[in-house]
Design a protein around this ligand. Structure first.
Ligand code: FDA
Length: 498
């Protein structure tokens, strides 16, 4: 059957939190929208799932993004506006530190139980990074003093310039490398690392797991997208990848000059990018004609769409330097949270180890086993294996992989960790419409070279996703901020040209 052709004010490509926030904001302001999504579900990198235990009982898991931190104020207010609730991550009891030689230490408070010299080195490095964060305008990292120099040195090399204590370097670098960008610290720049910290307020915030992994949404983070999609109703088209996007800046030649003049006032005379033009999105199930498009897919997927005419040279080149990291999210479910009975919080760190972080991820809410709101009696551990370690794990046969991973969890929390009733590995690297996790970052030198382009619209096409966000970079908060920014920019043009 022929695909229907629809006419809307704005077509949004991608129904992750960024695209849905753009459409939700535009529709509330009276614009007509269509959101076109490749997958058979909304939410993108946020995804509520279930895993069966050995008795066939289903347990709720969050395959993708889940945590909210206190600085993520736009997401927090949106969660509230959508009528959703949050709950705190369990954190009572001692944390575990695995030293480089594998010795296990328990500790309380923020300070890892390292030697006094290593501790002093860590404090020095964190202090230096906090200072750099203060020199950075998170919306314009490429303008900070020494941006080019900081962008031409890897984060590892930069840390080594300031310390020769390998344990301190490993323990500081995990908060950006395996912990956030999910790339080895020698593959991205010091500038990129400073942006990661600046987007969360400070480097100290990244180091503080009680801050950065503070809360989860009752019912899962995907609920944020599901609620917005509910409001959008029939304006969301699933299972329909956009293959081609035709665009022109001149929707109506008779008014284009007039419009351009107004737009020039708004944008200080800089071209007419962002102004309404005409776009035609060709997707598998639908064709949508609109005045603007919001491209709300991660940058590593921009080139899966053919643009007619092609995007400007500088955009096509820049997009090739943003790539996804790679991480396996581990979900291990137990009859009970056995670590709590031993006075442990479930939190563990071990810079340099395969599993460098582990947390209590016990469920709360309507997904609890007895169907009422409250904490699920089953204990859940969540853990991550990043970049080269993730590759090594995927290369193993399934049973051996599981054994290796559980052995690492046992090194932190005890032998009981070897016997989960259910086990699941999130594999976003194998997802056609994501291809990695958690988000995209520039290769060495890319941020200072192309960063200023990433949020500039191309003709009537706006970009929005967490991967090019300032505050909330790489996170759901950054995605919703980006979606709202694109929507407000479109609405602003409509106001000035009316
Ligand atoms: P997102 O990728 O979510 O959405 C893009 C959408 O576009 C997808 O639905 C995709 O299918 C669609 N699409 C792609 N190409 C298309 C095409 N050609 N046509 C139509 N549709 C197309 N964040 C956080 O805040 N806290 C956390 O704890 C975590 N943890 C975490 C764990 C894991 C395992 C992952 C993978 C990610 C996280 N994140 C996170 C990151 C967070 O999930 C991510 O930043 C946001 O989901 C990004 O939202 P966007 O809307 O920008 O992209």
């Amino acid at each position: 059957p022929a695909r229907p052709t629809l006419e809307r004010d704005v077509v949004v490509i991608g129904a992750g939190p960024a695209g849905l926030m753009a459409a939700y904001t535009l529709k509330k302001a009276g614009k007509s929208v269509a959101v076109i999504e490749a997958r058979q579900r909304v939410g993108g990198r946020t995804w509520n799932g279930a895993v069966r235990d050995i008795n066939g009982t289903e347990h709720f898991i969050e395959i993708g993004g889940q945590w909210i931190s206190p600085d993520q104020t736009r997401l927090i207010s949106l969660v509230d506006e959508l009528g959703l609730k949050t709950f705190k991550r369990y954190r009572d009891g001692d944390s575990v530190y695995l030293s480089p030689d594998g010795t296990r230490h328990t500790y309380s408070g923020d300070l890892m139980p390292v030697s006094d010299t290593t501790n002093a080195e860590m404090e020095k490095l964190i202090g230096l990074l906090n200072t750099k964060v203060m020199e950075m305008d998170v919306e314009r990292p490429w303008e900070m003093p020494d941006a080019t120099a900081l962008d031409s040195i890897s984060f590892t090399a930069w840390l080594k310039q300031h310390s020769d204590d390998q344990e301190a370097i490993d323990n500081v670098s995990i908060f950006v490398a395996s912990g956030m960008l999910t790339k080895p610290a020698h593959t991205f720049s010091a500038l990129q690392a400073i942006l990661m910290a600046a987007s969360a307020g400070s480097f100290s915030n990244l180091v503080d797991e009680d801050f950065i992994l503070d809360e989860r949404v009752v019912g899962g983070m995907q609920s944020v997208s599901l609620k917005m999609a509910e409001y959008l109703g029939d304006d969301v088209f699933l299972g329909s990848p956009v293959r081609q996007l035709n665009w022109t800046t001149e929707r109506d030649p008779a008014t284009a000059d007039q419009l351009n003049n107004v737009v020039a006032d708004v944008r200080n005379g800089v071209a007419n990018n962002g102004a309404p033009g005409e776009v035609i999105a060709y997707a598998d199930e639908v064709i949508v004609k609109a005045a603007n498009a919001v491209l709300a897919v991660p940058p590593n997927l921009y080139h899966r769409i053919q643009y007619v005419p092609p995007m400007p040279r500088e955009q096509m080149v820049a997009h090739q330097h943003l790539s996804m990291g790679l991480v396996i999210k581990i979900h291990a479910i137990y009859e009970t949270p056995f670590w709590r009975a031993k006075g442990l919080s479930g939190t563990g760190f071990g810079g340099g180890h395969m599993v460098q972080e582990v947390y209590d991820n016990t469920n709360y809410g309507p997904n609890a086993a007895n169907g009422t709101e409250g904490e699920d009696p089953h204990g859940v551990l969540v853990s991550f294996i990043s970049d080269v370690h993730a590759e090594a794990m995927w290369a193993l046969p399934e049973e051996e992989r599981k054994h290796r991973i559980l052995s690492e969890l046992a090194a932190y929390l005890g032998e009981e960790a070897m016997h989960p009733i259910a086990f699941y590995l999130s594999d976003m690297g194998a997802e056609e419409w994501t291809r990695g996790a958690y988000a995209a970052s520039y290769d060495l030198g890319g941020l200072s070279r192309w960063g200023d382009l990433q949020n500039q619209p191309t003709g009537p096409i706006y970009y929005a996703c967490s991967d090019i966000a300032a505050e909330g970079y790489q996170h759901v908060d950054g995605a919703v901020r980006q979606g709202e920014l694109a929507a407000n920019s479109i609405l602003q043009y409509a106001t000035v040209s009316a």
